[in-house]
Design a protein around this ligand. Sequence first.
Ligand code: IYR
Length: 258
Amino acid sequence: MAPAIPPGEDGPMASQPDDPYEHPYPAPDLAARHPFVVLEPYRYPVDEMRARARAFHEAADRRRSVRMFSSEPVPRDLVETAVMAASTAPSGAHKQPWTFVAVSDPHLKSRIRAAAEEEEQKNYLENRMNAEWQEALAPLGTDHHKEYLDVAPWIVVLFEQRYELRPDGTTRRNYYVKESVGIAAGLFVAALHDMGLATLPHTPSPMAFLRTLLGRPANERPFVMFPVGHALDGAQVPDLRRKPLAEVFVEVTDDPVA
Ligand code: IYR
């Protein structure tokens, strides 16, 4: 059977002496039906791996969720590039089931703030969040005031596409939508932080109002929204500690069931 990718520079590697695979991927009949390319290698010497790993952790560890934004404008292309980075997230069946909806219009931001505050009043003041929940939030000092939605130059609302709506009106299933969109959200947060912008994953639950307010189609449901901008000079954040490795990492060595 002729391989779909001709051998050569972009072709499949000759089997290596230490090749452990009995069942190569892609199988030749798969490669005959769908295009494959050779992965661009990106390996580093192990010392460089450690240095990069440490640098990435240190940079990530400087990120904080911000609730006091500056009104300083942020060029739209920066938001777009963060969305492109987020949109590299792996997704179920590569469906990329997300839409990032960006708003900088002051009137629209105000309407979002008003609707969010209306929901949050029920959460905080009418005890839609129970006592245990409110107690857990106490150290963060959040309340129903969401002024930052007016102040931050951008609000980006991340919508999950519960199913695919094709231009001809037909639909297709999406898979692992929450997992996929959650990973994209994480990459968005990281991309903004890496370029020196601040954000806050904000979920004014329920937030169905965002679909109507932003005129989104029936297959889309708001997943999380992000005020995006520079942190206000002197902005305060809660003095939180991150769990140490020992609390978040376990290596299982013996078969626990044996
Ligand atoms: N959505 C509310 C409440 C809230 C809930 C959690 I969980 C938080 O970590 C923070 C806030 C709000 O945005 O205030």
